[in-house]
Write a protein that binds this ligand. Sequence first.
Ligand code: COA
Length: 181
Amino acid sequence: MPAEITIRPRADYSDDQWAASGRLNSAVYSPEDVANWPGRVIEWSRPTWHALLWNADQTEAMANACLQVRAGLLAGEPVTIGGIGGVMTHPQHRHQGHAPAVIKASLDYFHAMGNVDFGLLVCEKSLVALYEHLGWQYWPGRMWVLQRGERVPFTFNMPMIHPLNRVPELAGEIDLCGPPW
Ligand SMILES: CC(C)(COP(=O)(O)OP(=O)(O)OC[C@H]1O[C@@H](n2cnc3c(N)ncnc32)[C@H](O)[C@@H]1OP(=O)(O)O)[C@@H](O)C(=O)NCCC(=O)NCCS
């Protein structure tokens, strides 16, 4: 039986479920990882929904993604972007398709909304091939974000997009009209 995936706002998870999400996060990132992460200086936006993939008795979260929908611009035209961040799988449960399952569920969630044009995530260069394998495409154009109210190019890591309502041309600029995720 496929593992259950829940996608909910933080407020709709119980304290026990949220604690499980915290345990997953701590298993993936040590305090040293967090303290030394170069991205800690970036202003990130808060997700709206948390996707969690559960073990059989629903007590431990094995994989996570964070979701939000953003009104942005593609080549100057308004677009609705499905943002995915915080993709992670518990180190003891990797290579079992959990992250792909959570990402697929997240894309399905956006698709069901009906108005989301494409998915967008950002990742380290070393993960581009993994996301390409999952149907994402590297976005070669410039991407703009807001950082403490200032519009700046995003260069920290690699934007990847996934078609939903539309298949964006890999040209022009994307403006997230807010902090990245
Ligand atoms: C990256 C991460 C989320 C992957 O999670 P996972 O659940 O173990 O993912 P899986 O290995 O089951 O699935 C990844 C898929 O990409 C494939 N893949 C992995 N590396 C690849 C590469 N370099 N090139 C092509 N395909 C690749 C795998 O074969 C697998 O596909 P398959 O199921 O068809 O075989 C996990 O290693 C993790 O949590 N890392 C630390 C946190 C992190 O870096 N998160 C990403 C933030 S963007």
